[in-house]
Design a protein around this ligand. Structure first.
Ligand code: ADP
Ligand code: TRP
Length: 319
């Protein structure tokens, strides 16, 4: 089974990205043919600030978190230009109405992001990403389901015109991983300024965690853990007895939320310890990261070439 996903390099990776997406991709490497790329063309649609630095940072983070270049094809979107060619070809199979109905475009423009053409046509580029590599499964967050459905609609229109050429992709949403809350209790998201970084400095991490919004309950009183933002983040890092013990501490009373926050900071710091070591290695060996990305782009291109050749052939772009 061929699994593909992309992530935009539009800011620091946070623990919502990790538990909602990256961890799944790392696990998928064990049993599927996996394709993972940094969607730098996509990041231009939301301003593309500091794009070059963030692209390398995101690639470094991915490698540190367990994307294995021996097992996965891992590259930067802009290194395989065929995707832009397919984007144009697919545009001719994309009705305006399909894009006008896209929630993501409507939400972003409602928030005041200027409605430029790239923001509007972003789902067509995403369809090209998916279809160029014959992807069968696309792991995404709930907000991206509609974009995979658009890719299916566009693929159907193309195939109706030219025969069974494009593979029909399916989305996969990890139901058991709920939305990770941010420090304000809303969905953790770069765009809401409520994130806990994966690779922040220790003191800054603690400072951020101390800002997590909690209920006001006296120190000696028992506390509810189910709806507590600190608990809901901490449980992602804990299992078995450690998790039960934390629940007991809430129920027992005698400790304040401040104690649970310090505990969360410690647990999180420990959880990412090995990843941090790996990150430091790649940070100090950026040439090696570039080499890995080049190798990945070559592998990705090899997969893409037969598909784009076939598409050029049937559409008459090749003459
Ligand atoms: P952001 O909302 O911070 O801009 P992205 O849209 O770049 O994040 O998301 C990249 C991936 O991480 C997507 O697959 C998305 O579903 C996942 N993700 C982002 N935030 C969360 C969250 N709070 N909980 C679970 N998954 C998340
Ligand atoms: N649009 C996705 C996001 O914002 C990123 C992305 C770009 C992607 N191309 C993709 C995800 C192809 C999956 C498949 O999260």
């Amino acid at each position: 089974m061929r699994v593909l996903t992309g992530i935009q390099p539009s800011g620091d990776l946070h623990i919502g990205n990790y538990f909602g997406s990256i961890k799944q991709m790392v696990e998928a490497q064990k049993k599927s043919e996996t394709f993972a790329f940094i969607a730098n063309y996509h990041a231009m649609t939301s301003g593309g600030k500091d794009l070059s630095r963030l692209t390398m940072q995101c690639a470094t983070d991915f490698l540190a978190l367990g994307i294995d270049p021996q097992k996965s094809t891992f590259w930067i979107q802009s290194d395989v230009k065929e995707v832009l060619e397919l984007y144009w070809i697919l545009s001719s199979f994309t009705p305006m109405g399909l894009l006008e109905r896209a929630h993501s475009f409507k939400d972003k423009t409602a928030k005041g992001i200027p409605a430029n053409h790239s923001l509007f046509s972003y789902p067509v580029l995403m369809a090209a990403d998916i279809l160029l590599f014959g992807s069968e499964v696309v792991p995404v967050g709930k907000d991206q389901i509609q974009h995979v459905e658009i890719a299916r609609d566009v693929a159907t229109k193309f195939n109706n015109a030219y025969g069974d050429i494009l593979v029909m992709p399916e989305f996969r949403v990890q139901e058991e991983v709920q939305t990770v809350p941010g420090i304000d209790g809303q969905k953790m998201s770069k765009s809401y300024g409520n994130i806990v970084n994966i690779f922040g400095e220790e003191k800054k991490q603690l400072k951020t965690i101390k800002k997590i919004v909690t209920q006001n309950v006296a120190m000696e009183e028992p506390k509810e853990y189910e709806n507590c933002n600190v608990y809901n983040i901490a449980k992602l890092f804990l299992e078995g007895d450690n998790l039960t013990e934390l629940q007991e501490r809430y129920k027992r009373g005698g400790e304040g939320h401040g104690h649970f926050k310090i505990y969360l900071a410690e647990v999180m710091w420990e959880y990412f310890r090995e990843f941090r070591k790996k990150r430091e290695y790649y940070e100090n060996n950026q040439d090696e990261v570039r080499e890995i990305l080049n190798m990945g782009a070559n592998k990705a291109r090899q997969t893409a070439m037969p598909m784009i050749e076939k598409i050029r052939d049937v559409t008459g772009i090749k003459y």
